[in-house]
Design a protein around this ligand. Structure first.
Ligand code: BES
Ligand code: MN
Ligand code: ZN
Length: 497
């Protein structure tokens, strides 16, 4: 992980030296404390010259203004102050982090005219700074040579707010979640030669330091449980297979847990139904679901969420090899249902079939939500700005969609139904692992549904959002960490008491 900026909160007091960032509300300008940083109304004049009106995300940058001490004075457009929600504050933090590329040490006056003391806002702004400052630079041995590298230099940022104690407290939780996002991004960005199933498990074991109970099933135990679907995918790789079970028991002993299940294909060549070479390198990110579940468990444990949560990830590599499974092979899943593997590149659902069944069977969760970079078809349907949401429970679907719009990790509901389910019936086994030409994301979801029993369940197809998604105010990373903030919000709003 790249180094994180260090952030502290202090009371409002006009800074007199260094770099200073103030917020400018559209239509209302600077707050009293913001204006106090501006010795000779420099920003007022500059705003007229530059036609700056405080539109959300716009920047007015004045270098070495005249007057005592200030090196740089920046006004960040905050839009209409009344419309700022948590995500809005987070985006401001992102814009600030991007603006401070070459002067990373700064004071930010997180105050707006007429704004009530907003400790949550200042904390969200800080979280936005942390998220935007991330870059995956572990393998750059010559840091700081290109302007791009320099951009990533983390700084010391002092955030002034009317309620520093409140902001510090709110930031403790938000920073736990941000750390979970950064962990997920790191896992997705890591190349597959470095991060295979066993190495992924080592990263998961570190969560024990936060109080997460970690249990690892190796091939032998999985074989005993009858996980022929998951093991069939893994059999072509020398790098092993693991099922990791993470448990965070922050709730009451009697509460049924909420469960999250992730697809963890550390590399997807397609197997014998091999993918074409162009863009295949992206398949190092085919464990984005497992990364999100791991990042989420980190977040929940680090902020001591008052809920019982289970995280399960199926970790395999889908390799090409003399021992790899062949199209036409028939495997028996832990559920007892048989699957004809017509396409070895539709491997994620095979991994999830056993992981979901195991989860439902052992934990009887109140709800079970899986995340998977499951289909190219979901990207055709929704592009990269929404993940696909498939759900057998309208209430759960509503909660997820709501959490999605609040965190801006947005979901779009897709259909399930018997007509689609029929498309995966097989002549030779209970089902086949691919449907026909149409509705590929839906038939994949129908396949998963055959392994959830009657558990309230949701499937998030994050193929378009977990990696390579367009960068945003709070992410410039290829691996986005999509799902961590979303599901943290879901747990906070619906499973914590
Ligand atoms: N991991 C891929 C899906 C994927 C594609 C994720 C592009 C991210 C970007 C998945 O295992 C896969 O190969 N799916 C196939 C299914 C098909 C063979 C039915 C697909 O989408 O083409
Ligand atoms: Mn595949
Ligand atoms: Zn895959």
């Amino acid at each position: 992980m790249s180094q994180k900026p260090s952030i502290t909160f202090t009371k409002l007091a006009a800074p007199r030296k260094g770099s200073v960032v103030v917020l400018w509300a559209e239509g209302a300008g600077l707050s009293k404390s913001g204006a106090a940083c501006d010795p000779a109304n420099i920003l007022e004049r500059a705003s007229e010259v530059a036609d700056f009106s405080g539109k959300s995300g716009s920047v007015l940058d004045v270098l070495a203004p005249e007057g005592p001490g200030l090196d740089r004075l920046v006004a960040i457009g905050a839009g209409k102050a009344s419309e700022l929600d948590d995500y809005g504050w987070m985006k401001l933090g992102g814009v600030i982090a991007a603006t401070l590329r070459r002067t990373p040490d700064a004071t930010v006056v997180a105050d707006l005219p007429d704004a009530a003391a907003d400790a949550g806002g200042a904390a969200a702004l800080a979280a936005g700074i942390v998220l935007r400052s991330y870059s995956f630079d572990r393998y750059k041995t010559r840091k700081g040579e290109t302007p791009d590298d320099e951009a990533q230099k983390p700084g010391k940022i002092t955030i002034q707010t009317s309620d520093p104690a409140g902001a510090k407290k709110a930031f403790a939780a938000m920073s736990a979640v941000a750390d979970g996002v950064l962990l997920a991004r790191d896992l997705v960005n890591e190349p597959a030669n470095v991060l295979g199933p066993l190495e992924f498990v080592e990263r998961i074991r570190k969560l024990a330091q936060l109080g997460v109970e970690v249990e690892i099933l190796a091939e032998k135990e999985m074989k005993k449980l009858g996980m022929g679907a998951l093991l069939g995918v893994a059999q072509g790789s020398p790098r092993g297979a693991r099922l990791a079970v993470m448990r965070w028991n922050g709730g009451k002993a009697k509460d049924r847990p909420v469960a999250f299940v992730g697809k963890g294909v550390t590399f997807d060549t397609g197997g014998n139904s091999m993918k074409s070479p162009s863009g295949m390198e992206d398949m190092k990110g085919d464990m984005g679901g497992a990364a999100a579940v791991t990042g989420l468990m980190h977040a929940l444990a680090a902020r001591k969420a008052k809920a019982n949560v289970v995280g399960i990830v199926g970790l395999v590599e889908n390799a090409v090899d003399g021992n790899a499974q062949r199209p036409g092979d028939i495997v028996t899943s832990m559920s007892g249902q048989t699957i004809e593997v017509l396409n070895t590149d539709a491997e994620g659902r095979l991994v999830l079939a056993d992981a979901l069944w195991y989860c439902a069977d052992r934990f009887k969760p109140a709800a079970m939500i899986d995340l998977a970079t499951l289909t190219g078809a979901i990207m055709v349907a929704l592009g990269q700005h929404h993940a696909g949401l498939f759900c057998n429970d309208d209430e759960l679907a509503g909660w997820l969609a709501q959490a999605g719009s609040e965190t801006h990790e947005r979901l779009w509901r897709m259909p399930l139904g018997p007509e689609y389910d029929k498309l995966i019936d097989s002549k030779n086994a209970d089902m086949k692992n691919v449907g026909g030409r149409y509705g590929g994301a839906i038939t994949a979801a129908q396949f998963l549904q055959r392994f959830v029993k009657d558990t309230p369940w949701a499937h998030l197809d994050i193929a378009g959002t977990a990696m390579g998604a367009p960068s945003s105010e709070i992410s410039q990373s290829w691996g986005t960490g999509f799902g961590v903030r979303l599901l943290d919000r879901l747990v906070r709003d619906h499973y914590e008491k």
